[in-house]
Ligand binder design. Structure first.
Ligand code: F6P
Length: 300
């Protein structure tokens, strides 16, 4: 048996641990293991696969990121390409991807990724590749899975950041708005916000109203609590509003961002209090995986 391992989509703490776990358990079964580089990107090159051996995966459990590389534009069914007039379009190169598997005798794929990667894995399986999906995303938004790889570490990072911000908010009697990741799901905001005792938590699942946030801040002021911590997921939407989009690149999901900045300005003008915003961004995706993430990488 020869299997390939791929990491796709945004990186997350625990990816290297998962690559190591899958490699070692396959080798123990007597199988050959190869890795795909840059989220399917290497499938179109002369060296589509790299050998994964015991030596190659030694000592990587604690490392953030993925040593295989990843890509957000690696969907073989929708590959961006530049047309002769300079504009970009998408093309289906899945047959080339399947040929690479067949030519190198790769019988099965371990696809470690988020919702996008699982969709691609599903389509590859329909084209005849045997697939095992390993759910990975800091957002924890994969259907049918309680906790995804990377979520625990990301929440811990966000909680620690909010703890640190809280001391400054209190010292300066400010409103601090912390934007965390979470495109369609508010798990990071909810878990980190609750853990760090935030005063308001805004998540994509429930449209927010600035009036309610202002009311909460006023209640706190009336009790002599003259600072407030607001945690907002990047994908949170105001009532009758839209998602805050920073940019769009063909073949990739929209880049979100800006909701914390918007809220800080609004809250400042409505309450008269000094308000600041902080975007945690990719900090949440890096670093050493937590014990929990290392353990679920083994279980997956
Ligand atoms: O899906 C995980 C995620 O962290 C989202 O929360 C976020 O919107 C996205 O990745 C950002 O991806 P990129 O690094 O491509 O901007």
């Amino acid at each position: 048996m020869k299997i390939a391992i791929n990491t796709g989509g945004g990186d997350a703490p625990g990816l290297n641990a998962a690559i190591r776990s899958a490699t070692l358990s396959a080798i123990r079964r007597g199988w050959e293991v190869v890795g795909i580089r840059n989220g399917y990107g290497s499938l179109y090159s002369d060296t589509p696969f790299i050998p994964l051996t015991r030596e190659r995966v030694r000592g990587i459990t604690m490392l953030g990121g993925t040593f295989l590389g990843t890509a957000n534009r690696g969907n073989p069914f929708e590959m961006p390409y530049q047309k002769s007039d300079g504009t970009w379009d998408l093309e289906d190169r899945s047959d080339e991807a399947i040929s690479a598997f067949r030519e190198h005798g790769v019988e099965a794929l371990v696809a470690i990724g988020g919702d996008g990667s699982m969709r691609i894995a599903n389509k590859l399986s329909k084209k005849g590749i045997k697939v095992v999906g390993v759910p990975k995303t800091i957002d924890n938004d994969i259907w049918g899975c309680d906790v995804t790889l990377g979520f625990d570490t990301a929440v811990t990072t966000a909680t620690e950041a909010i703890d640190k911000i809280t001391t400054t908010a209190e010292s300066h009697q400010r409103i601090m708005v912390v934007e965390v990741m979470g495109r369609y799901a508010g798990w990071i905001a909810l878990h980190a916000g609750l853990s760090a005792s935030a005063d308001a938590i805004l998540i994509p699942e429930i449209e927010f109203s600035i009036d309610s946030v202002v009311e909460k801040i006023s209640e706190r002021e009336a009790k002599g609590e003259n600072y407030s911590i607001i945690v907002v997921a990047e994908g949170a939407i105001e009532k009758k509003g839209e998602r805050f989009v920073k940019g769009k690149v063909i073949g990739q999901a929209e880049q979100l961002g800006g909701v914390a900045d918007y809220l800080a300005k609004e809250l400042s003008s409505r309450t008269g209090k000094e308000s600041r915003s902080l975007v945690l961004g990719h900090l949440q995706r890096g670093g050493t995986p937590s014990t929990y993430d290392r353990l679920i990488s083994l279980r997956f």
